[in-house]
Design a protein around this ligand. Structure first.
Ligand SMILES: Cc1cc2nc3c(=O)[nH]c(=O)nc-3n(C[C@H](O)[C@H](O)[C@H](O)COP(=O)(O)OP(=O)(O)OC[C@H]3O[C@@H](n4cnc5c(N)ncnc54)[C@H](O)[C@@H]3O)c2cc1C
Length: 64
């Protein structure tokens, strides 16, 4: 990914109304099933997905 999140990049994008960011995630078709579905992609939702994968090997996760 070429997009950077430095303070300079944040400032530059802030001046442009944050309209120039590249999309940071894929847009896959949903699967038929998941082992875990997390509702809400805030800090806790993302951390839950991260640690389920890292500590428990669960990688078939959807975050809505
Ligand atoms: C103005 C402000 C300043 C703050 N400053 C700090 C700070 O400096 N330091 C600090 O540690 N904390 C700070 N906090 C607190 C911190 O932002 C929260 O504690 C933290 O974001 C909570 O994370 P969360 O994942 O539980 O919830 P959130 O970050 O609120 O994430 C919940 C997500 O779930 C999504 N969601 C909700 N309902 C649904 C649904 N039905 N379907 C799909 N998605 C859904 C929401 O859109 C959101 O993206 C601040 C909070 C506010 C409001």
């Amino acid at each position: 990914m070429s997009q950077r999140y430095s303070i300079w990049s944040l400032l530059k994008h802030a001046m442009g109304g944050h309209k120039g960011w590249e999309r940071a995630w894929r847009d896959p078709e949903p699967k038929k099933s998941y082992d875990v579905v997390i509702i809400g992609g805030g800090g806790h939702g993302l951390a839950t997905a991260y640690y389920l994968a890292k500590n428990h090997g669960i990688r078939n996760i959807a975050i809505l």
